[in-house]
Write a protein that binds this ligand. Structure first.
Ligand SMILES: [Zn+2]
Length: 499
């Protein structure tokens, strides 16, 4: 509390000493062919715009509680809560970070254009994008073509409907755990609207993903699905899926938690880092991270598979390249209950050694941030075209402001469970591993951020350290790491299934 108060006054001091920002600037907003203007200013090279004025244009509402320094921005289907001079904000019930603080000036709330707009775009029905070159906000109405979702019980079963603006191809597949997956190529999916239709009387979970051009709605139904029918109907255009089940009865009081007694923790996804053209870190003796982590992951899969209550899925089980999106998709499609990414650490300081367990949350120190930047950089290399040499853009990657922003925009949905699981792994490792414990830490790993389940990233040891490079090649060490993780999985299952 004291630190926070201090930071608040410190920020206030900075704002005062920097002088009031000039409001001379205005930015243009293009709205369905026409233009509007709203107030704007630049502060420390960051463009801010007035959310107060934008809200008026978009039809939302700002409510002020000046004594508490709070501002709430609401539209029909979402709610932002800001704290003046703070970079953290809440979107509905999740906490996110804008990197730059929101600013109160002359009765209006100003938000950083670059980092705030993507959040707004994610929840509004319009497509909203910030064009930093033109210093313009583009608002395109009726952006979504997958607009809504409905689930209801009929006399002879359950009816699911996905509403579209026009006919679209789709694919429905049902996977283990009674997951219904409706995949729609060419979809622009209204996630907040569809997620708001989540109905605990019918389902344990609902996930909505937009991966590239494909949208997917996944629902984990509370009934066994043995057969189903589907078709495209019109007026209005929609996908209809019916699941015959004459015995389905609704329990209106049923609001089971996402993790609870009815929702088994049994699908474990193991993610061996890197692979194929992505070697990961390389030791002084030439040992490749991608090979070591695959061996550890295979050992872990073998141990867990002996325990018949679990099902194991690996994001790769051989030396192939798997993209960030594919890894997340594998986990999300499988309905993963736990996601474990396995890596070996590296540092330019060759004497640094020990194991680490990370969970996803904003980094609190430079060493954790460095580990996340290193792991993330391997994925970012794939995004930068035309580079065959992994060393080429290392510098750029580290200094890219977009990367540091991405690092800080972190999904916090499963943070408590992920932290808990990391602590369980920590406890097992301390008992069984002979190398130094660097313990549990938090940072913004891309691969964890896309997985909608509790997740950790294990750095088994430092491949850049001569002694640990040797240890990492040792089969017994692979077994010890795997056994430690397996014990933690059982502990996690026992705790969260019986809660
Ligand atoms: Zn790695």
């Amino acid at each position: 509390m004291k630190t926070r108060t201090f930071i608040f006054f410190f920020t206030l001091l900075l704002v005062l000493s920097a002088g009031a920002p000039s409001l001379a600037d205005r930015i243009k907003i293009s709205v369905s062919g026409g233009y509007e203007e709203i107030q704007s200013f630049k502060k420390n090279n960051v463009v801010y715009y007035s959310l107060s004025e934008l809200a008026e244009i978009l039809g939302g509402q700002l409510d002020w509680e000046l004594i508490g320094h709070r501002v709430r921005y609401t539209e029909d289907n979402f709610r932002f809560d800001f704290l003046i001079d703070a970079a953290y904000f809440k979107l509905d019930d999740s906490v996110f970070n804008l990197v730059y603080p929101v600013i109160y000036n002359k009765g209006q709330l100003f938000v950083p254009a670059e980092t705030f707009t993507p959040f707004l775009d994610g929840v509004t029905v319009q497509k909203i994008s910030w064009d930093s070159d033109a210093r313009m906000l583009r608002v395109e109405p009726e952006y979504f073509n997958v607009t809504d979702f409905a689930i209801s019980s009929k006399a002879n079963g359950i009816l699911i409907e996905v509403f579209l603006t026009s006919a679209l191809n789709y694919d429905i597949f049902v996977t283990e755990g009674n997951w219904i997956n409706i995949s729609i190529p060419g979809a622009r999916i209204n996630s907040p609207r569809i997620l708001s239709r989540r109905d605990p009387r019918f389902m344990y979970k609902m996930n909505v993903h937009q991966i590239g051009n494909t949208g997917q709605i996944s629902v984990r139904l509370k009934r066994n699905i043995t057969k189903w029918n589907h078709m495209l109907v019109f007026n209005p255009p929609r996908i209809q899926m019916s699941i015959p089940d004459i015995n389905f009865e609704l329990d209106p009081a049923d609001t089971s938690p996402v993790i609870g007694p009815d929702n088994k923790i049994d699908v474990i996804v193991i993610d061996p880092g890197h692979g194929g053209k992505d070697y990961g870190a390389i030791g002084q003796q030439g040992t490749r991270e991608k090979d070591i982590v695959l061996n550890i992951a295979r050992e872990l899969a073998k141990i867990i598979r002996k325990d018949k209550q679990f099902k194991v899925i690996m994001t790769r089980d051989r030396d192939i390249y798997v993209s960030l999106e594919e890894r997340a998709e594998i986990a999300n499609k499988a309905g993963a209950d736990l996601f474990i990414s396995i890596h070996a650490n590296a540092s330019p300081k060759k004497n640094i050694c020990g194991w680490n367990v990370f969970f996803l949350a904003p980094a609190k120190n430079d060493s954790a941030r460095a580990v996340a930047q290193l792991e993330n950089s391997f994925f970012l290399r794939e995004l930068s075209a035309g580079s065959n040499n992994p060393e080429d853009n290392e510098e750029d990657t580290y200094n890219d402001p977009v990367v540091s922003i991405l690092n800080e925009m972190i999904m916090t949905e499963f943070q408590a469970e992920s932290h808990d699981f990391a602590m369980m792994v920590d406890r097992e490792f301390r008992r069984s591993l002979k190398i130094p414990a660097r313990g549990v830490d938090q940072a913004g790993f891309f691969v964890l951020n896309k997985v909608f389940t509790p997740s950790v990233l294990v750095e088994a040891a430092f491949i850049s350290n001569k002694n640990e490079e040797k240890i990492l090649k040792n089969k017994d060490y692979h077994k010890q790491v795997a056994e430690g993780i397996y014990q933690a999985i059982k502990r996690f299952k026992a705790k969260y299934e019986n809660q």
